[in-house]
Design a binder for this molecule. Structure first.
Ligand code: ADP
Length: 165
Protein backbone atom coordinates (compact mmCIF):
# COMPACT_ATOMS: atom_id res chain seq x y z
CA UNK A 1 0.00 0.00 0.00
CA UNK A 2 1.45 3.40 -0.94
CA UNK A 3 1.01 6.47 1.29
CA UNK A 4 -1.63 7.81 -1.11
CA UNK A 5 -3.76 4.69 -0.57
CA UNK A 6 -3.70 5.24 3.16
CA UNK A 7 -5.42 8.04 4.99
CA UNK A 8 -2.44 9.87 6.34
CA UNK A 9 -2.86 13.38 7.71
CA UNK A 10 -0.22 16.04 8.00
CA UNK A 11 -0.40 18.24 11.09
CA UNK A 12 1.64 21.37 10.32
CA UNK A 13 2.64 24.12 12.70
CA UNK A 14 5.41 25.95 14.48
CA UNK A 15 5.44 23.67 17.56
CA UNK A 16 7.75 26.17 19.29
CA UNK A 17 7.57 24.17 21.54
CA UNK A 18 4.93 21.43 21.37
CA UNK A 19 2.13 21.89 23.96
CA UNK A 20 -0.56 19.72 25.53
CA UNK A 21 -2.97 21.39 23.06
CA UNK A 22 -0.99 20.03 20.10
CA UNK A 23 -0.72 16.61 21.74
CA UNK A 24 -4.49 16.46 22.26
CA UNK A 25 -5.05 17.09 18.54
CA UNK A 26 -2.44 14.43 17.63
CA UNK A 27 -4.05 11.82 19.93
CA UNK A 28 -7.46 12.49 18.43
CA UNK A 29 -6.06 12.42 14.87
CA UNK A 30 -4.57 8.96 15.49
CA UNK A 31 -8.09 7.66 16.04
CA UNK A 32 -9.24 9.14 12.71
CA UNK A 33 -6.31 8.42 10.38
CA UNK A 34 -3.99 5.51 9.55
CA UNK A 35 -0.99 7.77 10.03
CA UNK A 36 -0.13 11.21 11.40
CA UNK A 37 2.86 13.25 10.24
CA UNK A 38 3.69 16.27 12.40
CA UNK A 39 5.61 18.75 10.28
CA UNK A 40 7.42 21.59 11.98
CA UNK A 41 7.53 24.50 9.58
CA UNK A 42 9.49 27.70 9.62
CA UNK A 43 6.88 30.47 10.00
CA UNK A 44 8.22 33.66 8.43
CA UNK A 45 5.77 35.81 10.40
CA UNK A 46 6.67 34.38 13.83
CA UNK A 47 9.96 34.89 15.63
CA UNK A 48 10.92 31.38 16.76
CA UNK A 49 12.53 30.59 20.10
CA UNK A 50 13.96 27.14 19.35
CA UNK A 51 15.70 26.03 16.13
CA UNK A 52 13.63 23.59 14.05
CA UNK A 53 15.92 20.65 14.93
CA UNK A 54 15.44 21.27 18.66
CA UNK A 55 11.66 21.59 18.25
CA UNK A 56 11.73 18.19 16.55
CA UNK A 57 13.81 16.66 19.35
CA UNK A 58 11.42 18.06 22.00
CA UNK A 59 8.37 16.83 20.05
CA UNK A 60 9.85 13.33 19.63
CA UNK A 61 10.48 13.12 23.36
CA UNK A 62 6.97 14.39 24.16
CA UNK A 63 5.44 11.88 21.71
CA UNK A 64 7.59 8.92 22.75
CA UNK A 65 4.46 6.98 23.77
CA UNK A 66 3.20 7.35 20.18
CA UNK A 67 6.08 5.92 18.10
CA UNK A 68 3.80 5.63 15.06
CA UNK A 69 3.57 9.45 14.83
CA UNK A 70 6.19 10.76 12.41
CA UNK A 71 7.83 14.12 13.17
CA UNK A 72 9.56 16.09 10.41
CA UNK A 73 10.94 19.58 9.88
CA UNK A 74 10.54 21.49 6.64
CA UNK A 75 11.84 24.89 5.57
CA UNK A 76 9.66 25.37 2.51
CA UNK A 77 6.02 25.54 1.51
CA UNK A 78 3.58 23.11 3.12
CA UNK A 79 2.24 22.38 -0.39
CA UNK A 80 5.70 21.14 -1.41
CA UNK A 81 5.92 18.94 1.69
CA UNK A 82 2.58 17.39 0.73
CA UNK A 83 3.96 16.70 -2.74
CA UNK A 84 7.15 15.07 -1.43
CA UNK A 85 5.24 12.87 0.99
CA UNK A 86 2.34 12.19 -1.40
CA UNK A 87 -0.18 13.22 1.26
CA UNK A 88 -3.40 15.18 0.78
CA UNK A 89 -4.94 15.89 4.16
CA UNK A 90 -3.90 18.87 6.27
CA UNK A 91 -5.11 18.80 9.85
CA UNK A 92 -5.46 21.98 11.90
CA UNK A 93 -6.81 22.63 15.37
CA UNK A 94 -9.26 25.47 15.90
CA UNK A 95 -9.23 27.19 19.25
CA UNK A 96 -11.50 30.15 18.57
CA UNK A 97 -13.85 31.37 15.87
CA UNK A 98 -11.41 34.21 15.25
CA UNK A 99 -8.82 31.68 14.03
CA UNK A 100 -11.24 30.39 11.43
CA UNK A 101 -10.88 33.30 8.97
CA UNK A 102 -7.11 32.92 8.70
CA UNK A 103 -7.38 29.12 8.57
CA UNK A 104 -10.01 29.26 5.85
CA UNK A 105 -7.76 31.56 3.81
CA UNK A 106 -4.77 29.19 4.27
CA UNK A 107 -6.91 26.19 3.34
CA UNK A 108 -7.88 27.86 0.04
CA UNK A 109 -4.26 28.82 -0.69
CA UNK A 110 -3.05 25.30 0.02
CA UNK A 111 -5.74 23.86 -2.23
CA UNK A 112 -4.59 26.22 -4.99
CA UNK A 113 -0.91 25.31 -4.48
CA UNK A 114 -1.54 21.58 -4.01
CA UNK A 115 -4.73 20.65 -5.91
CA UNK A 116 -6.65 17.80 -4.32
CA UNK A 117 -5.59 18.80 -0.83
CA UNK A 118 -8.25 19.06 1.85
CA UNK A 119 -7.86 20.83 5.18
CA UNK A 120 -9.67 19.24 8.10
CA UNK A 121 -10.30 21.14 11.33
CA UNK A 122 -10.62 19.65 14.79
CA UNK A 123 -12.11 21.89 17.48
CA UNK A 124 -9.87 22.35 20.49
CA UNK A 125 -10.92 20.37 23.54
CA UNK A 126 -12.63 22.86 25.88
CA UNK A 127 -10.37 22.23 28.86
CA UNK A 128 -7.21 23.05 26.88
CA UNK A 129 -8.33 25.57 24.30
CA UNK A 130 -6.46 28.30 26.23
CA UNK A 131 -3.10 26.59 25.66
CA UNK A 132 -0.63 28.02 23.15
CA UNK A 133 3.14 27.90 22.72
CA UNK A 134 3.28 31.69 22.89
CA UNK A 135 1.44 31.79 26.24
CA UNK A 136 3.78 29.13 27.63
CA UNK A 137 6.83 31.08 26.41
CA UNK A 138 5.59 34.36 27.84
CA UNK A 139 4.71 32.89 31.25
CA UNK A 140 8.06 31.07 31.52
CA UNK A 141 10.14 34.06 30.41
CA UNK A 142 8.51 36.12 33.17
CA UNK A 143 9.34 33.51 35.81
CA UNK A 144 5.90 31.86 35.95
CA UNK A 145 4.94 28.19 36.01
CA UNK A 146 3.68 26.98 32.61
CA UNK A 147 4.11 23.28 33.40
CA UNK A 148 0.36 22.60 33.25
CA UNK A 149 0.33 23.68 29.58
CA UNK A 150 3.22 21.53 28.43
CA UNK A 151 4.70 18.05 28.22
CA UNK A 152 7.78 17.68 30.46
CA UNK A 153 10.23 17.95 27.54
CA UNK A 154 8.87 21.36 26.48
CA UNK A 155 8.71 22.66 30.05
CA UNK A 156 12.35 21.67 30.72
CA UNK A 157 13.53 23.27 27.46
CA UNK A 158 11.62 26.49 28.19
CA UNK A 159 13.01 26.74 31.70
CA UNK A 160 16.56 26.34 30.34
CA UNK A 161 15.91 28.99 27.66
CA UNK A 162 14.56 31.38 30.32
CA UNK A 163 17.69 30.90 32.46
CA UNK A 164 19.90 31.87 29.49
CA UNK A 165 18.02 35.15 28.96
P1 ADP B 1 1.02 27.89 13.65
O1 ADP B 1 2.11 28.91 13.78
O2 ADP B 1 1.02 27.22 12.30
O3 ADP B 1 -0.34 28.33 14.08
P2 ADP B 1 1.13 26.40 16.11
O4 ADP B 1 2.24 25.53 16.59
O5 ADP B 1 0.81 27.62 16.89
O6 ADP B 1 1.49 26.72 14.62
O7 ADP B 1 -0.21 25.54 15.97
C1 ADP B 1 -0.23 24.38 15.17
C2 ADP B 1 -1.65 23.85 15.13
O8 ADP B 1 -2.04 23.41 16.42
C3 ADP B 1 -2.69 24.89 14.72
O9 ADP B 1 -3.67 24.27 13.91
C4 ADP B 1 -3.28 25.32 16.03
O10 ADP B 1 -4.61 25.81 15.89
C5 ADP B 1 -3.26 24.00 16.77
N1 ADP B 1 -3.27 24.22 18.22
C6 ADP B 1 -2.38 24.88 18.96
N2 ADP B 1 -2.74 24.90 20.26
C7 ADP B 1 -3.92 24.22 20.34
C8 ADP B 1 -4.83 23.90 21.40
N3 ADP B 1 -4.64 24.31 22.63
N4 ADP B 1 -5.92 23.18 21.09
C9 ADP B 1 -6.15 22.79 19.82
N5 ADP B 1 -5.35 23.06 18.77
C10 ADP B 1 -4.25 23.78 19.02
Amino acid sequence: MTPSDKHVCVFPGSFDPITLGHIDIIRRARRLYDGVIVVILRNESKQGLFPLAQRKQIALEALSDMPDVQVETFGGLLADFLGYTDTHIILRGLRTGIEFDAEHHNALLNRMLAPGTETVFLPASPDISHISSSAAKEITSLGGDASSLLPAASWEALKKAAQRQ
